[in-house]
Design a protein around this ligand. Sequence first.
Ligand code: ATP
Length: 742
Amino acid sequence: MLYTRLDDLRERTACRLARTLTEGDGTPRGLAERDAAAHRYADRLAQVEAAEHGLCFGRLDLHGGERRYVGRIGLFAESAEGDPLLVDWRASAARPFYVATAVSPEGVRRRRHLRTRRRTVTGVDDEVLDSTAGPGTDAGPAGEAALLAALTADRTGRMADIVETLQAEQDRIVRSSHPGVLVVQGGPGTGKTAVALHRAAYLLYTHRDRLARRGVLVVGPSPAFLGYVGQVLPALGETGVVLATLGDLFPGTPAHAEESPASAEIKGRAAMTEVLAAAVRDRQRAPADGLEVVVDRQRLRVGPNRCARARDRARATRLPHNQARPVFLAEMLDALAAAAAARLSAGIEAGADLLGADEIEDLRRDLAAAPGVRAALNDLWPALTPQRLLADLFADPTRLAAAAPGLPAAERDLLRRAPDADWAEADVPLLDEAAELLGTDDRAERARRERGRRAEVDYAQGVLDIVTGSRSIDAEDEADPETFSAADLMDAAALADRLEAGPRGTVAERAAADRTWTFGHVIVDEAQELSPMAWRLLMRRCPSRSMTVVGDLAQTGDLSGASSWAEIFTPYVGDRWRLERLTVNYRTPAEIMAVAGRLRRDDEAPRSVRSGGVRPWREPIGPAGVGPIVAREAAAVGAGRLAVLVPTALLDEVRRQVVAAVPGATGGAGADLTGTVVVLSVRQAKGLEFDTVIVVEPARILAESLRGRGDLYVALTRATRRLGIVHTGELPVPPGPVSPRR
Ligand SMILES: Nc1ncnc2c1ncn2[C@@H]1O[C@H](COP(=O)(O)OP(=O)(O)OP(=O)(O)O)[C@@H](O)[C@H]1O
């Protein structure tokens, strides 16, 4: 019955969408309304399509006899005004499905989990929440059965949604009404990523009007991670979301070059705001011995004080560099025109001031157009792009020394970079900061747009002239009267609007392309890795501070990453941020956690929800390398996924060995996560999970960075079933319950 209703809804929505696309009364407003309606129907259709698999997964039998079905989408009977046939999992009526317990049953007598395959029910698990249900009722652990089935299924290389088995502590966070920054701290595998994505879906459902207009941004640690989680929200019917790594957040300037952790750490420091501000100030020069230019073989001079005054006046506007530039140019041209006027006057009659205001204005205009003057003024206060500012700064040790006197020379050396080198992720917050400091002098762009618009209006007028002209001819022939009414109602400007409008794209497309876009909600995953400069950028993208931030301080691997949440958020929101914790590990079985947990200093190792029955093993690497060991394990994985996690320095070498031993294996940044075997550095594996993980040379992972302990902890907690450790020397930490294996 529910699927029949879904089919019906799909058909009707598709028809409406098709009809809408052919509608529109031709006015700009009509077109905008048509666009909005079309987006609405397309979104609705996406939701209906996404609900196909597992449409209904739960049933609540309430005291008093009411029966409520819970599913991926809300469905109503066509005619009925009363209760829904199916309750959307995000509606408050569905909440007891996730939070009711025997102790606090929330009015629920029985909770049923329904398992389906395509459109057929393949099983039900019942959970009776009070003792009055009577004999004969199956009181098995329903929630647990469904949960364990989800957790022990083979991994696919793509994260799946968890609407069917969301746990009470997770549900509380998903539905939290906290309007500001919500921080979710939790150990590995506690579902932080899953919870953050489901919260996005929940917020889009609950505040659709506001959020659909501004969009939601999800920031993750790597392109591989975004590929891994990219299907979750579409599978929940939500499409108005932009997924990005930090490297994607300066549109038009991809920033994915490799860079040393040490230089990334320096770039991430909050003190870089001062360095950039100083770098911009250094590009606003007042030469100590004044300015001298030669125009038409005449030498014109502006004294040092006058130059300094021009610069100070421009700075006093407190406008960004490029917007203050016209003020500087105007001051300097005034000074140069005065110098030229004085020279002319001196030529005519010593000491007399013979030039009128108009003539001085002419002089000024000529000077402004003179190439020598333009070059000289440009040198003193150049128009700058963020890319230019940063490239010049990092390519020139003198500039950098002037802008960053507080940085030791060795650290400044680490920032050196060829002017045409590719940008790295840590450059993005600097480019963004520079864009704020520089601003854009958009007068030329506005003038261009205005000229373009005038041309459109002229063109539109021409069109109307033809139409109205043809009316007088056609009118005698009694032509189609509709042609005339359209022309009569529309003036040239309105028609120009329509010609200009063109396709506008979805909110997500527009948001992704616009550096200054501000999002309705921002989700940050693996948030412990972000530097202070990265936070500045993200805060600019979210002035409302409506954010969900998830991470684990014990997993921090980045040198500029966080060691305290308060340190990050207090400067932006004072104490208006809330910390929630997740405590149960759904990914890693107890046997693996017993090994990994030893690396955690804070006693907050999460409790595993299950044990897997397979003890982690270790094995020395023999002369044949890692290849044969991986090949043997790959055979044991079956339909699941295996990852070989290595120190960054060994990535290429181990990838070569594994690719030679296991056909189809891939590795590195371009690894195919849906393939059976991948080789990744620990950084590349952040946030991901696999059925089997083989950690190579843990001592080197530990030694590779000051945050090596966090890295090794990440590596050891990626497996859902089997963990192997292969090594040459001693194991770095007491290995815990690991079995030797040869
Ligand atoms: N309630 C649940 N039902 C089913 N699966 C769940 C549930 N909670 C978490 N999981 C699964 O547990 C795994 C770990 O979740 P997730 O990746 O969100 O954890 P995490 O806290 O972000 O981990 P890490 O910090 O290690 O990256 C995922 O496969 C996720 O689907």
